[in-house]
Design a protein around this ligand. Structure first.
Ligand code: SF4
Length: 378
């Protein structure tokens, strides 16, 4: 996008001030943050910010804040343990059937809560030719690898020609069946997600998946939706990724609107991430119990198609785990207790076996005042 209030990408504290996104009185604060972490914002997302509203959910994601320089003792430079699981440069092998390849370290926008904030930025460089060749060799030598996830940074920021080369090289590996690209570009710079880019992602005989990162329904503009449609039209499967963020999307209405916006853009809601323990991000994190409440609220009003899974990346590189909420638990007398989307408990007899060990001992069942069906717990 080259027109409107923000004709070019903002890359310095002065740019943010000059664009009217923060007052000049905060320039020093922004400079201090920018010395430590990469900053950047595209016109497409800058246009969505309501000037003068410090609580604007788009501004909160991209405008630097002095709280980023405060480090909680629990926070880590490498919160999800990429380094511990990296056998060669730029490749992370955490699960037997898939690897990450970090193609580039740059992004179109720099999210203030980024889990790889210690690793991303303009000076950090792309994976060199020999390093990418070594990553390919690693994948070739490990026949159990079924999926490669291209990440970074934002791998869609490279040229369409480079994307096509990467796709072609990976598509030539027989045992590899799925290529997944993690990106924020469809919302950050939808005009760059051209049909040529969409075609470059498609590998002969492989399934291409694009995981689209957005956190607020306003990010799914008409242009962003059109970018997603271009990806889908060329044959990519689209899934979503969002981070649960205080002051951005930690309420049921926003999350429901976000998940519906994804589906309307042909993106299947996939993961709602609990915020990682990245340095200087404590002011973003939401308690897990609150995240579970929000998941319950979403499940009560959204179809399964529109409901994501709430995930925690276990610090230290131990992988992701779905963190609830729990819908079923062991009850008394061989019965399970299962909770419906309205929060009402029901008994369920598993006629094929003993109750599974699915959770802690049951809390007293609750009954909805208007319910009296035979299977509901009294
Ligand atoms: S686009 Fe992704 S990698 Fe880049 S700053 Fe945002 S969260 Fe981090």
């Amino acid at each position: 996008m080259t027109s409107g209030r923000h004709p070019r990408r903002l890359t310095t504290p002065d740019d943010f001030v000059g664009a009217g996104l923060v007052g000049r009185d905060r320039l020093e604060e922004l400079e201090a943050v920018a010395e430590r972490y990469a900053i950047g914002l595209t016109p497409a997302l800058a246009e969505l910010i309501e000037p003068g509203d410090p609580e604007d959910p788009i501004a909160r994601q991209f405008v630097p804040d002095a709280r980023e320089l405060i480090r909680d003792p629990a926070e880590r430079d490498d919160p999800i343990g990429d380094d511990a699981m990296s056998p060669i440069k730029g490749l992370v092998h955490r699960y037997p059937d898939r690897v990450l390849i970090k193609l580039v370290a740059v992004c179109a926008v720099y999210c203030r809560f980024c889990f790889r904030r210690e690793r991303v930025g303009p000076g950090s460089g792309a994976l060199s030719g020999p390093d990418f060749a070594a990553a390919l060799e690693y994948v070739r030598e490990h026949p159990a690898i079924w999926e490669v996830i291209l990440t970074g940074g934002d791998p869609l920021t490279v040229s369409p020609r480079r994307i096509a080369e990467v796709t072609e090289a990976l598509a030539a590996i027989d045992h590899l069946k799925a290529l997944r690209w993690h990106t924020r570009l469809p919302v950050a710079a939808p005009e760059r997600v051209t049909t040529a880019v969409a075609r470059a992602l498609i590998g002969e005989g492989k399934t291409t998946v694009v995981a689209v990162h957005a956190n607020h329904p306003r990010e799914l503009t008409d242009s962003a939706r059109a970018a997603c449609r271009r990806l889908a039209a060329e044959g990519a499967m689209l899934v979503s990724q969002s981070v649960l963020l205080k002051g951005v999307n930690d309420d049921p209405e926003t999350l429901i609107d976000l998940m519906r916006a994804f589906v309307e853009a042909r993106v299947k809601p996939y993961y709602l991430h609990h915020g990682d323990l990245a340095p200087g991000t404590a002011h973003w994190r939401v308690p897990i119990a609150r995240g579970q409440e929000l998941m319950r609220a979403m499940r009560a009003r959204l179809s399964g198609l529109a409901t994501p899974t709430y995930m925690l990346d276990i610090p230290g590189g131990h992988g992701k785990a779905p963190i609830g909420p729990q819908w079923i638990r062991c009850g008394e007398n061989g019965k399970h207790v299962v909770t419906d989307p309205r929060g009402i408990d029901h008994a369920y007899v598993d006629s094929l076996g003993r109750p599974a060990n699915v959770g802690p001992s049951p809390s007293p069942p609750q009954q909805h005042p208007e319910q009296s069906g035979a299977d509901e717990l009294q």
